[in-house]
Design a binder for this molecule. Sequence first.
Ligand code: GTP
Ligand code: MG
Length: 371
Amino acid sequence: MDPALKICTGCGAPLQTEHPERPGYTVASALEREHPVCRRCFRIKHYNEVAPVAIHDDEFIRIVSEISTKRALVVKVVDLFDFSGSWIDNLRRYIGNNPVLLVANKVDVLPKQTNLDKVEQWLRKEVEKKGVLPEGIALVSASKGHRVEQVKTFIERYANERDVYVIGTANVGKSTLINRLIQMFGETGNVELTTSRYPGTTLSTVQLAIPNYKHMIVDTPGILTTHRLSDLVCPNCLKQIVPDRAINPRVYQLNSGQTLFVGGLARFDFVSGERQPFVCYFANQLGIHRTKLENADALYERHIGGLLTPPCADCGDHLRDLATHKLKIKQGPNVDIVISGLGWISVRGHACEVHLRVPSGVDVSVRRAII
Ligand SMILES: Nc1nc2c(ncn2[C@@H]2O[C@H](COP(=O)(O)OP(=O)(O)OP(=O)(O)O)[C@@H](O)[C@H]2O)c(=O)[nH]1
Ligand SMILES: [Mg+2]
């Protein structure tokens, strides 16, 4: 790389003054600053602007895959609100044999009474099933600063002069976590990575030296996905579906032949089974509507985009192309029916058959109940 080339300290894009539509664009005078940032980062930070991603996801994957050739400590961040949706499959392909710390972020959105020790046990089993044995697991809230101290302690224990690479799918909170960590490590240079509610904020690696430590902390671009509802809705609807505070579980006692609409993004038909409770874990601001199964088609046709929103007109028609998942739940332990990027509905041990409709391409899975 040209040694004179400067990097945006917010998103990692090489700075340039020629092409306003490309990553890293800035005005020439900004290049003189100690910590220069590109126009896109400036606008995200000061105007909360939506920032389209101008580079291809193959490029993100190439950047992250370079970790496999380095001696690194990998901090893998997942979003607790969407664990399987934010998991990276084939992790070793990106990181080689380097040791891993698992950080489960956004604990603050779990209901207030949640037993975090149990969630940690749950997480440990899920991760084992995926064939990864992390050196340590930390449940944190990077935005609130809860338990981030534990991540620092793990890094001090396991980095062993390795550079620390923070990786994960887009929007799990990697940059927010690093901003917290560098404060704790005593970074004084006023560097702040750019964070935003939209996926694809960080565009390349950003290396941050830590005073008195031999290793760097490296932010990386999130792997972009298309199977989470949060990847598919428009920016305004994203605010409606992402929880910004502790979820209040909403319990519905349903008879078979009843339907729940979660906004207009998911339709949950209770087809057969005894009367039973279904516990809904979605952002508090997202409306849930109960109706009779026999009226559900007509309600959807009449009210989609109105009473049943999101989606809105700006989201595009692809969110109205619904795929049906027919699920038979056996009597036994509680399970969650998870809609990636939206939330989950917990079934409390009773047998039932449900038909769940969500936009095509969105992941639906059934797991042991997290709470
Ligand atoms: N509720 C909650 N939100 C968080 C937390 N940490 C980060 N966020 C939010 O998650 C969104 C994404 O955060 P970023 O730090 O930009 O995520 P990232 O993983 O760096 O994203 P990319 O750069 O796009 O890969 C922002 O709106 C953050 O405020 C957390 O602990 N709790
Ligand atoms: Mg980032």
